[in-house]
Design a protein around this ligand. Structure first.
Ligand SMILES: [Zn+2]
Length: 88
């Protein structure tokens, strides 16, 4: 079983984590002006980069969201950082 690093709790089993979203993906605004294509891309589109990818994850045990950088080829965890504005 792989272990992931929570910036607040340290290394934990992967079963304690849940994927949230791609990091840096922003909801298109204002909603009345968003086209169907842009909304569908926001909901279902992914960049799926080969190599390092920044993703938002939540550690279910402590309930904290953070950004984890993973290599999508090797599955190696390259880093885990608290979200901006969060003091640790
Ligand atoms: Zn945690």
């Amino acid at each position: 079983m792989q272990q992931f690093p929570c910036p607040f709790c340290g290394l934990r089993d992967e079963t304690e984590f849940h994927f949230g979203a791609e990091a840096g993906k922003h909801r298109p605004e204002p909603a009345p002006d968003v086209s169907d294509a842009d909304w569908a891309d926001y909901l279902y589109g992914t960049d799926a980069p080969k190599g390092a990818a920044r993703e938002v994850w939540v550690h279910l045990t402590c309930g904290e969201f953070f950004v984890m950088t993973r290599d999508t080829v090797t599955r190696a965890v390259l880093g885990a950082d608290a979200l901006p504005g969060r003091n640790i």
